[in-house]
Design a protein around this ligand. Structure first.
Ligand SMILES: [Zn+2]
Length: 594
């Protein structure tokens, strides 16, 4: 690419005088997207500035050099694509005020469909190339990569409030342009005001990095609250461009006529183009391929990769990013393993009809998970009551319990939304039998096999079948319960307990949950989807972790942003606080509607 040229006023004036047919990229290429009054908006991408920052690390620099060498040594051979390799994708929205989650998920799915079309050469405007532009570039063929991008739907990293079957779209739960919990994914971070339309490393690593897209250049259509694409960058092509960088494509103009982009079939160009240039524009003695995704033209005027670029991306994928492809089998559903296959729109989490996005003709319904019965059941019983706790079941929106004194004919029944039951008015000194089942959107699970517990004699304050730590969770709501949820995660990230979202206007109501924890380490994550915590503007919410005896072990005062974490371990049945973490970047003060 052309090195950043600091143009003086004189030089700038000269360029204007000669009335160049090309945009000579007067702005600092790596700088913020400037839109001088009276001029068209110009694409900007700070890939090189970002990559140069990464290269300051000697280890990164050496690894980067080797990756380049490897790709240079590989043969660029085009074979017909019979079975595209799948790359798992996660989309992370950041700093969205009052987010509309369903809208953002749909926006992300539409954007991934565009990415797939562009990379597979099935974009509708490819006809501009085949019908007309190609004749200006004899010997250059369009490139169709043998890649498929899948918005992951399974086995999500924990701590982001994502359920099995929902798309990997996080909202306000990541920071910056790196998150190691999302290693092996191609991450797309959507941020407000990044000072360019986007950036990416030149050759991504797949260790939690990804591409960054400005909230005004992500997706297409009307967008959503806080994330709405603006013309002329509202057709989703900023992502196509940045993902090109992630797979080791430089800008097509390289570094001017004498230094190219290391892709053999792209013509040399003196500089970048902006707007919508006419066919036949030339420099360096050849026609310039300004309709290439790796130029700076408007979304509507870029529509093709060259075959050489596609080969380079495929070579980079196979030589340096195979671990992403390996990951796909465990996080991408079989239904979105190829081309235009649909992805599920969070149908399970919401309990509504299964959303299906059909980008093409191969439309089939999404997979649904089966509803499993509860497991890891623990019972705490006193002389007159008992509490049955169990691990939260993926996809369940409630539970049912049947219980009776052993030998009795009739069951008593209870329902619960959270993963525990409280049985009251029990007879002292009695053996009870019980069974429980999960209630999911599409039906109920089997009951667990009949099990028993015994109540104590009168005056007995409870026998605990929990051999570890009996932990009570007490969540005090503010007025905006619909924004609040929590997860208790084990070391593997499995959610042992989840709660919420709750009803609004329950200020001061205390939600009680409990867990029996064996020795190990755990994280309690407390979320607020609006980003203003649960204290203190709309009530005095808080969360407390208590020993079953009532002793306070740890707490959140509720004045967090989107999420508060309490990391702790249980050793020999004893609670040990490790760290209370509060991500600071996205705390915000905002005024609510009502
Ligand atoms: Zn770029």
């Amino acid at each position: 690419m052309k090195k950043t040229v600091l143009l003086t006023g004189i030089l700038a004036g000269l360029v204007l005088l000669v009335g160049c047919k090309k945009d000579l990229d007067l702005g600092l290429e790596e700088g913020p997207a400037e839109t001088p009054i009276g001029q068209v908006k110009k694409r900007s991408c700070s890939m090189h500035a970002h990559t140069n920052r990464l290269l300051e690390d000697p280890n990164y620099r050496e690894a980067h050099r080797r990756k380049f060498e490897k790709v240079r040594s590989m043969v660029s051979e085009r074979n017909p694509c019979s079975a595209p390799v799948t790359i798992p994708v996660a989309v992370h929205f950041q700093g969205v005020n009052n987010p509309d989650a369903a809208c953002l998920r749909q926006l992300a799915m539409d954007q991934i469909r565009i990415l797939n079309e562009d990379f597979r050469g099935t974009n509708s405007d490819i006809t501009k190339w085949t019908n007309e532009a190609a004749s200006f570039f004899p010997g250059i063929s369009q490139g169709e990569t043998c890649m498929n991008f899948c918005l992951a739907t399974k086995n999500h990293p924990s701590g982001y409030g994502l359920t099995e079957g929902s798309v990997a779209v996080t909202i306000n739960t990541t920071n910056g342009d790196f998150d190691e919990k999302w290693a092996d994914y191609l991450n797309i971070f959507v941020q407000p005001d990044i000072g360019a339309l986007g950036y990416a490393p030149l050759g991504g690593e797949g260790k939690g990095d990804g591409v960054v897209i400005d909230a005004l250049a992500f997706g297409t259509g009307n967008g959503c609250t806080g994330v709405s694409p603006e013309a002329p960058f509202n057709l989703g092509r900023t992502l196509t461009h940045e993902v090109g960088h992630y797979f080791l494509l430089d800008h097509i103009w390289g570094d001017g006529c004498s230094t190219d982009d290391e892709v053999a079939d792209t013509p040399d160009a003196e500089a970048d183009y902006a707007g919508c240039p006419a066919l036949g524009a030339s420099s360096c003695g050849s026609n310039d391929m300004h309709m290439n995704y790796m130029d700076y033209t408007d979304d509507a005027c870029m529509y093709v990769f060259s075959a050489g670029q596609s080969s380079r991306m495929e070579n980079y994928l196979s030589s340096s990013l195979q671990h992403l492809v390996d990951k796909a089998s465990s996080v991408c559903g079989t239904d979105n393993g190829g081309g235009d296959r649909p992805t599920c729109l969070d149908g399970i989490q919401n309990g509504d009809e299964t959303g299906v996005d059909c980008g093409g003709s191969n439309c089939s319904p999404c997979n649904t998970t089966t509803c499993s019965p509860p497991s890891n059941i623990n019972v705490v019983a006193s002389s007159s009551s008992a509490v049955i706790t169990f691990t939260v079941v993926e996809g369940a929106n409630g539970y049912q319990c049947k219980y009776r004194p052993q030998g009795s004919d009739d069951f008593l029944e209870l329902t619960a939304q959270l993963s525990f039951f409280t049985l009251n008015d029990l007879q002292a000194g009695t053996v009870y039998e019980y069974e429980i089942q999960s209630v999911c959107a599409d039906g109920t699970s089997d009951y667990t096999s009949l099990a028993t517990f015994s109540t104590g004699s009168d005056g007995d304050h409870g026998s605990c079948e929990c051999t570890g730590l009996q932990l009570d969770i007490a969540l005090t709501l503010d007025a905006w319960g619909s924004e609040v949820s929590y997860e208790l995660l084990d070391e593997e990230g499995t959610a042992l307990k989840t709660g919420g979202p709750f009803e609004d206007e329950q200020n001061g109501v205390v939600i009680e949950d409990m867990a029996c924890l064996e020795d190990g380490c755990y994280t309690l994550a407390l979320f607020d989807s609006f980003g203003d915590g649960i204290c203190c503007e709309y009530g005095e919410g808080k969360l407390e972790l208590l020993e079953h005896t009532g002793e306070l072990l740890a707490s959140s005062d509720g004045s967090y942003g989107f999420v508060d974490y309490i990391d702790f371990c249980v050793e020999g049945g004893q609670f040990q606080l490790i760290e209370a973490r509060r991500p600071t970047n996205h705390n915000r003060v905002a005024v609510k509607k009502k």
